[in-house]
Design a protein around this ligand. Structure first.
Ligand SMILES: Nc1ncnc2c1ncn2[C@@H]1O[C@H](COP(=O)(O)OP(=O)(O)OP(=O)(O)O)[C@@H](O)[C@H]1O
Ligand SMILES: [Mg+2]
Length: 209
């Protein structure tokens, strides 16, 4: 077959992937980002009755750096998974980055808690989750199997598989190690995580006091 007809065949094909949200990244200097991050975090702390000052130290600085890289587009359209010990500040930090994204890039990540997924999904329906950018807190704490009168369903896993097909982004936090999560969700999904998620481990012990 001649090269020109090969090109004709290839040209005649058109591929499109459902592209629900393509992240629009920020061109922002690290020091400016850090100041913004800290101020947003402090504003959030000020609304809580605990009266805390925002702590930045050697344990959480690498995570601020990671979030700066992510928001600057270093990892393309991948989401991320932050894992770390109980109380080290994962949910708090992810909520800050979500607020920054919402304010500057008009992209909203919907907050869900994996633990409540099966209950909430029955109310809200599958599409609510499969088409939106999600912040999934406590990844790995959902029930994978939902017992129904017919077959057992696996709504969380199905929702994640559909998100993969749709290029629909997720960001997540977890107390579990990556290997534990991969085992928990099974090979089919775990292999797709490689394209969906950048893994970051947040350092430090609990900040609850
Ligand atoms: N840098 C910080 N400065 C001040 N307070 C913080 C900081 N990071 C976290 N906290 C506070 O510490 C507590 C624990 O944080 P957070 O809930 O984010 O931890 P977590 O890692 O998500 O915990 P878990 O694993 O139990 O879900 C919260 O009250 C939060 O506001
Ligand atoms: Mg948390």
């Amino acid at each position: 077959m001649a090269a020109t007809s090969i090109n004709n065949i290839v040209d005649s094909m058109s591929f499109s992937t459902p592209d629900i949200v393509r992240l629009k990244f920020l061109n922002i200097n690290y020091n400016v980002f850090k100041e913004l991050f800290q101020k947003v975090g402090q504003k959030m702390l000020d609304t809580s009755p605990r009266n805390r000052k925002f702590e930045i130290d050697a344990d959480n600085t690498p995570t601020i750096k990671f979030l700066h890289e992510w928001i600057s587009g270093k990892y393309g359209n991948k989401g991320f998974l932050i894992s770390g010990k109980i109380g080290c500040g994962k949910t708090f930090f992810v909520k800050i980055i979500v607020e920054i994204f919402k304010a500057l890039r008009k992209t909203e990540f919907y907050f869900i808690t994996a633990r409540n997924f099966n209950r909430d999904y029955s109310e809200k329906g599958f599409k609510y989750y499969s088409q939106r950018p999600l912040l999934i807190d406590e990844f790995g704490r959902n029930e994978n199997k939902l017992k129904t009168y017919g077959n057992d369903e696996t709504p969380f896993i199905d929702m994640m598989l559909e998100k993969y097909e749709n290029n629909s982004i997720i960001i997540a936090t977890s107390n579990y190690k990556i290997e534990t999560l991969e085992e928990f969700y099974g090979q089919l999904l775990a292999d797709r995580f490689k394209e969906m998620l950048v893994y970051h481990i947040m350092k430090g012990d609990t900040r609850r006091k």
